[in-house]
Design a protein around this ligand. Structure first.
Ligand SMILES: Cc1cc2nc3c(=O)[nH]c(=O)nc-3n(C[C@H](O)[C@H](O)[C@H](O)COP(=O)(O)OP(=O)(O)OC[C@H]3O[C@@H](n4cnc5c(N)ncnc54)[C@H](O)[C@@H]3O)c2cc1C
Length: 464
């Protein structure tokens, strides 16, 4: 089979078990490891369609990979060498940038960073930004409907996709790359593939909407006594900063302590500890220097009204970067607290305080001393509900409690009409929870899967 694949794609187009394929095998958090038959690396849509056809003829299961930065096992092959990884890494051209249409067309294997750079070169912004953007690809971000810090203003990846080119399970190419903002001619087929995690088709290219590049930015860290106060601050930001509000992130004191211990260069922005912190960023594409003053005035009013406890506004880019580093270092810094059980969930923004309170109480009852380190995107309801092990508890003993902790969190997510997978998708990690929590939805998803992939060859064992 490897020889036939090499005939189709050339020597550079196929990596066998004897080649260096480590990056295609191990997922970043080390939770999933696959052992594929081989890695196919088509460098054009035509080659991709030929590989898919080959797999259909030989009933060979396919696992699509972009940058392999996913965290739920969606891009991992099984361990029995029965699946072919199809890596899109060589399909990485920016086909065109159209400033008049405020759009660009990128192939699926372009990294998110390359797309952001291409937009920037035309004084525009591709408004999806992730810590993994140097490796994560456009295809992967579309297939997982990735969201980042700017979701409150621009929406997640779905909001940026104007058109897609997709190779179906039978090898046919469906292409609609027109940069249209309005198109009500029947079902919006591209939506099926956005967030489908490689189970319904393989995305080969996309037309993406671009936004105006900010000309002014202001950043502040705000200390609050409670999450309720954080929401009162958010309401003021929406009212007084309008559409300039681009990010509104929150973190608890425990996260700040982890980061201060983990990063030598980190400094507490305040002279005393506070229960919660909210990081705010506002941007405007309009030239001028009024934005920082407006943010400062607004925050000073919330301080006088005792909505918030303290405020630091960054007076330089360096200071703004330092504030962002505190927020962005939380994930790695959690190692300081030992084992961390991670949950990427969302609830309606208005429910965040009640959800956090009830979940924290339930968890403390079940595991005395457990340390919830809950941070994330206050503006869009996405919480990284991570649990650090109780001090002094054995790591394995804590890991063994994962199912029990998951149950408490996911039951409450259901109660609050939230989602068990806000950013990373379902992959292999959350399949069971999806099937038990939303049986009707999964029934419909299976029907769709059957009609688009009747032989179940696209990313088997993932999502449904
Ligand atoms: C440090 C770090 C920070 C992160 N931050 C965020 C964040 O803020 N927000 C967020 O949403 N995620 C985040 N992630 C997770 C991850 O980066 C995203 O899910 C990203 O979208 C995955 O892109 P990828 O190219 O690496 O896809 P992969 O990991 O290769 O694949 C992910 C899924 O998409 C499918 N897929 C990949 N390419 C295609 C394609 N062309 N066609 C069809 N299916 C495809 C795969 O089969 C798999 O199911 C982070 C990860 C890391 C390591």
């Amino acid at each position: 089979m490897l020889r036939q694949l090499t005939d189709l794609l050339g020597r550079a187009g196929v990596l066998g078990p004897e080649d260096d394929i480590a990056r295609h095998i191990h997922e970043p958090r080390g939770r999933f490891h696959g052992r594929p038959l081989a890695v196919a690396r088509p460098d054009s849509t035509d080659q991709l369609a030929r590989v898919v056809n080959f797999c259909r003829e030989h009933r060979l299961p396919m696992v699509t990979q972009g940058g392999h930065t996913g965290l739920v096992g969606g891009g991992s092959a099984s361990i029995d060498e029965s699946e072919l990884i199809i890596s899109l890494e060589r399909l990485n051209r920016i086909r065109r940038v159209d400033p008049d249409d405020a759009s660009l067309v990128a192939e699926a294997g372009c990294t998110l960073a390359a797309v952001r750079e291409a937009a920037d070169a035309h004084a525009m912004l591709y408004p999806v930004s992730l810590a993994s953007e140097g490796t994560a690809t456009i295809g992967g971000t579309i297939a997982t409907n990735a969201g980042g810090n700017l979701t409150i203003r621009y929406g997640n990846t779905r909001s940026q996709v104007l058109g897609l080119e997709v190779v179906l399970a039978d090898g046919r190419v469906v292409s609609d790359l027109a940069p249209l903002r309005k198109d009500n001619s029947g079902y919006d087929i591209k939506q099926l593939f956005i967030g489908s995690e490689g189970t319904l088709g393989i995305i080969s290219a996309a037309t993406l909407a671009l936004a105006a590049r900010p000309a002014q930015t202001a950043t502040a860290m705000v200390a609050t006594d409670s999450l309720k106060a954080g929401l009162a601050l958010l309401a003021q930001l929406r009212k007084r900063m309008g559409e300039t509000l681009s990010a509104c992130e929150f973190m608890p004191r425990l996260a700040m302590e982890f980061v201060l211990e983990y990063l030598d260069s980190a400094r507490d922005p305040f002279d005393q500890p506070h229960p919660w912190y909210v990081l705010v960023q506002v941007d405007s594409a309009v030239d001028g220097d009024w934005l920082e003053t407006r943010l400062l005035d607004m925050l000073q009013d919330t301080l006088s009204e005792k909505i918030v406890s303290d405020v630091v506004v960054a007076d330089s880019m360096t200071k703004a970067d330092q504030l962002w580093r505190l927020r962005e270092s939380i994930s790695p810094a959690q190692r300081v607290g030992g084992v961390s059980l991670k949950h990427d969930i969302s609830v309606p923004v208005s429910s965040i305080p009640a959800f956090v309170e009830q979940a924290s109480l339930g968890l403390s009852d079940a595991v005395p001393g457990i340390r919830p380190c809950i941070f994330g995107h206050l503006g869009d309801g996405n919480l990284h509900f991570n649990l650090s092990q109780p001090e002094g508890m054995d790591a394995e003993q804590f890991r063994a409690l994962e199912d029990r902790c998951n149950r408490i969190i996911f039951d409450l997510v259901g109660h609050f009409n939230g989602s068990i997978a806000a950013e990373h998708g379902i992959g292999q990690l959350r399949r069971k929870e999806l099937a038990t929590g939303q049986p009707r939805k999964v029934e419909l998803m299976r029907a769709l899967k059957k009609s688009l992939d009747p032989h179940g060859l696209l990313n088997p064992g993932k999502v449904v």
